[in-house]
Design a protein around this ligand. Structure first.
Ligand code: GLN
Length: 395
């Protein structure tokens, strides 16, 4: 009898079997929605409240009208990949093949997801350093693999090298590092990369280096990229984000750089996840990068001024700003205001005090006992930063 003719009672009930039973909606989404619902000033999710440079917007319009509206090549528009290769040579003194080592992705998030899926087998282990960005672990879980999460050492959110060595097993396939680090703003040093290279030397572990905040590094520091470390680069995928660098998070465009052997695997996944990335955006970014190669070097001053302005305002509140060396985030300690857990405190702030923030404990397996820290984003207009500080000062 055909299925549709069977009495309804004989059809097996539909059962949903989630592949990610413990995963909810991302905290960034939840907090930004709450900010709208409660009309709060949003210094939570990392999203600028200002536009990309006008010239870049004009380049997009130009390419829309020039007919660049069909599929881009799977791995990215050649002109853009060449502009990226030139940038990597300029910033990190590394020569990469635009053809074989650079892939344009749907933001850093897709680069991360495609990389993990391309490399991690069922039963493998991936090492994460807590607090770790929320997208890493669920993708590892989808691969049927497990994570080992190591806490970064307070107060500097530095790597505990001894624990890292001890966490490595024959099953370890991937180590994910994030520098500059979201949410702490900590940066790995050249000595850190040497240490990492030494630890990984006897292994086949691949490094996934999430460097999406590479061009927001302050106080005269320079970003120490895995791209600039020949030994590590040979076993790494380095992830970058145009959204962060050009104030265009909504364009969802980024890229990753990896040796040909790794890139080949990565593209096998990328081609079936997104196939290719919005064509006019790629041509526009290629033009803008070629016309304004100095953009990245001007970005630190732009964000450092915002950080310093925000910190000067925070000085008249009871939260204590923890120095931020990089990224567009600022951690603050609120222990003099409340002993509530960060998730409860953040919820109270958005509902009753008109300010949306990000609690950091959800990004760790286990947070240090008594840590009372929130993450604030300062990629905002001065008006928004002032309003956020005024609302914090009222607590
Ligand atoms: N990376 C952003 C942050 O940390 C969030 C991006 C997102 O919500 N997917 O706030």
């Amino acid at each position: 009898m055909p299925l549709s003719n069977q009495p309804i009672s004989r059809v097996a009930p539909f059962v949903m079997r989630s592949r990610l039973p413990a995963v909810g909606t991302t905290l960034f989404t939840v907090m930004s929605q709450a900010a709208i619902e409660y009309q709060a000033v949003n210094v939570g999710q990392g999203v600028p409240d200002f536009n990309p440079p006008t010239r870049l917007l004009d380049c997009v319009t130009e390419h829309l009208h020039r007919g660049h509206n069909q599929y881009a090549p799977m791995s990215g528009v050649v002109a853009l990949r060449e502009a990226i290769a030139a940038k990597i040579e300029r910033c990190y003194l590394r020569q990469v093949s635009a053809q074989e080592e650079v892939t344009i992705t749907c933001g850093g998030t897709e680069a991360i997801a495609s990389s993990i899926q391309a490399l991690v087998h069922p039963g493998d282990e991936v090492i994460l350093l807590d607090p770790a960005y929320d997208s890493y672990q669920p993708i590892v879980a989808l691969c049927g693999a497990g994570v080992r999460r190591l806490p970064l050492l307070r107060p500097r959110f530095s790597i505990d090298w001894q624990r890292l060595k001890e966490a490595i097993t024959p099953r370890t396939r991937l180590l994910i590092v994030n520098t500059p680090h979201n949410p702490s703003g900590a940066c790995l040093s050249a000595a850190d990369l040497d240490q990492l290279a030494e630890i990984l030397r006897p292994t086949s572990i691949v490094v996934l280096a999430d460097e999406v905040y590479e061009h927001m590094v302050f106080d005269g520091r320079t970003h120490v990229s895995v791209n600039g470390h020949a030994e590590l680069a040979a076993r790494s995928i380095v992830v970058s984000s145009f959204g962060k660098t050009y104030h265009a998070t909504g364009w969802k465009i980024g890229y990753c750089v990896a040796p040909a052997e790794l890139t080949l695997e990565l593209r096998k996944v990328h081609q079936f996840v997104t196939f290719s990335i919005a064509t006019p955006l790629q041509y526009a970014l290629a033009d803008f990068m070629t016309e304004h190669p100095q953009w990245e070097s001007e970005l630190p001053n732009f964000y450092q001024a915002k950080r310093d302005y925000f910190n000067s305002l925070l000085a008249s509140t009871r939260v204590v700003a923890i120095p931020s060396a990089a990224t567009y985030f600022q951690l603050v300690d609120y222990s003099s205001i409340s002993d509530e857990k960060d998730t409860a405190f953040a919820l109270r702030l958005v509902k009753h005090h008109g300010i949306a923030t990000i609690p950091i404990s959800p990004f760790s397996e286990e947070s240090p006992v008594g840590e009372r820290i929130l993450r604030l984003c300062f990629a905002k207009s001065d008006t928004a930063l002032l309003l956020a500080a005024e609302r914090l000062a009222a607590l």
